[in-house]
Design a protein around this ligand. Structure first.
Ligand code: GLU
Length: 460
């Protein structure tokens, strides 16, 4: 289900919307290319404002693109070669920042696109970081724990010349987690000869016992919830009792589901890579998250009630549905929190929601976006909706730098403040430029990036 690479339908950067910068920089003409699509969204925001050509071309390409191939000894004694990436998109606002993912479909253009989104996300929430992203082309579920550790340590060694606490700071993303960050930090600290607290800042999203921040694990889901709580009253949807559909149930959406449920929302359908379920009376995301962690997915959750023989079990009333039925489920808020490019025109046409909050990065193609806009769906773009993760990463980096520990309440309060201000900033830009919220969020970020380029100038 959600892990399959979607076949993209003819979409996106159409002839008439293709910016001249694409040809100037020799971009591929393939309209389904994710990087071309992402740059297209950025350039359409740029076209609404008075942004110099030099700033547009700088932001249309990453500063550094690195591909590494490294061998790892597998448990059977054989060696396997892995391909890894680290893209540093822009550092005009501060060190490059962004996660690295382990997924079998990782490729250069997608990582470039995700790195660009990080630049804009950090600029929108006004944290002093640029944008970067990395990844290794591997399905982590096929690796033993030892193999996963060796892949992580070799990937870190392969890119260690370009990362650092004040140069480029990775973090978790799809298929990576706090344990992987701990191995990454340990490898960096040992191989760079900096076994001190300062070197800990080379990655964020670490375990709390090893320099991680309270609240980082749930941060992206918390940020999605904070943005929704801020924006929904203005759209006429009370959070109390609103209905939610979750596409994906990994770290981000399992937390968004639990937090929204605790705020009074009803999660009525959930899909992950193992299946889809529905319950109009509400699915208990706390029990579903515990089940999913134990069984590596939500498949089989509905059978729990019969297995325990208890009609009052949390999964009571849950039924299995098809992927199509999930998309068609009528709800107030639809939250795609899985992979990119999943919402294409076909899925968008089936969707029956008032708001789509992008918890994943780039989950919707431009063509899918147009279908949703024509249907009057309010789309809260990823650079706003999912900026909570990197915001708490910034808090973690700050805590490591100043050798202090924030409590959960402090993290939540500061995160909420950043998310609320970012949401208001995007809404104000929408008024100023009379455009959709995605373009407005890019424009609000571009204003900041443009200002800094203006005052810094271009060297030499
Ligand atoms: N991978 C997350 C994102 O896409 C978090 C990045 C970070 O914390 O640096 O926003």
């Amino acid at each position: 289900m959600t892990t399959a690479t979607p076949t993209t339908e003819s979409t996106a950067v159409t002839e008439e919307s293709r910016d001249a910068i694409f040809d100037e920089l020799g971009f591929p003409t393939d309209p389904d290319n994710l990087y071309t699509q992402t740059v297209g969204q950025m350039l359409s925001a740029a076209s609404l404002m008075d942004l110099p050509h030099r700033t547009r071309i700088i932001l249309a390409q990453p500063k550094n693109e690195v591909i590494v191939n490294f061998p790892v000894r597998m448990d059977d004694g054989n060696f396997r070669l892995f391909k890894g990436y680290r893209i540093q998109h822009n550092n005009v606002l501060g060190p490059y920042k962004g996660g690295f993912r382990y997924h079998e479909h990782v490729n250069l253009d997608d990582v470039k696109s995700l790195a660009l989104l990080m630049t804009f996300k950090c600029a929108l929430v006004r944290i002093p970081f640029g944008g970067g992203k990395g990844g290794v082309k591997v399905n982590p579920r096929t690796l033993s724990e030892g193999e996963l550790q060796r892949v992580t340590r070799r990937y870190c060694a392969a890119i260690s010349h370009m990362v650092g606490p004040d140069q480029d700071i990775p973090a978790p993303d799809v298929g990576t987690n706090a344990q992987i960050m701990a191995w990454f930090a340990d490898t960096y600290m040992l191989s760079s000869g900096q076994a001190d607290n300062n070197a800990l800042r080379v990655v964020t999203g670490k375990p709390v016992s090893f320099g991680g921040s309270t609240g980082r694990e749930k941060a992206t889901g918390q940020g999605v919830s904070d943005v929704l709580a801020e924006m929904l009253p203005g759209i006429g949807i009370p959070v109390q009792g609103m209905t939610v559909v979750l596409l994906g149930f990994g770290n981000v959406n399992s937390w968004a589901g639990r937090i929204l449920q605790d705020m009074g929302a009803k999660i009525i359908a959930v899909m992950d890579h193992t299946g889809a379920i529905r319950n109009d009376d509400g699915i208990d995301c706390h029990s579903l998250a515990a089940y999913s962690e134990k069984h590596f997915g939500i498949r089989g959750y509905e059978k729990q009630a019969t297995a325990t023989g208890s009609g009052t079990h949390a999964s009571h009333g849950v039924e299995v549905i098809s992927e199509e039925e999930l998309y068609k489920t009528s709800c107030d808020v639809f939250i795609p929190g899985a992979l990119e490019q999943m919402i294409q025109p076909k899925q968008a046409a089936m969707m029956d929601c008032k708001v789509m909050a992008e918890a994943a990065n780039a989950p919707c193609t431009p063509a899918g976006d147009r279908v949703l806009r024509d249907k009057g769906v309010e789309v809260i773009p990823a650079i706003l909706a999912n900026a909570g993760g990197v915001t708490v990463s910034y808090f973690e980096w700050l805590q490591n730098k100043s050798c202090v520990t924030w409590d959960g309440e402090h993290v939540d309060r500061e995160l909420n403040r950043h998310m609320v201000i970012a949401a208001r900033r995007a809404l104000a830009a929408r008024e100023r430029y009379s455009c959709d919220l995605r373009t407005a969020a890019f424009a609000a970020a571009l204003e900041h990036l443009g200002d800094v380029y203006e005052v810094r100038g271009i060297f030499p």
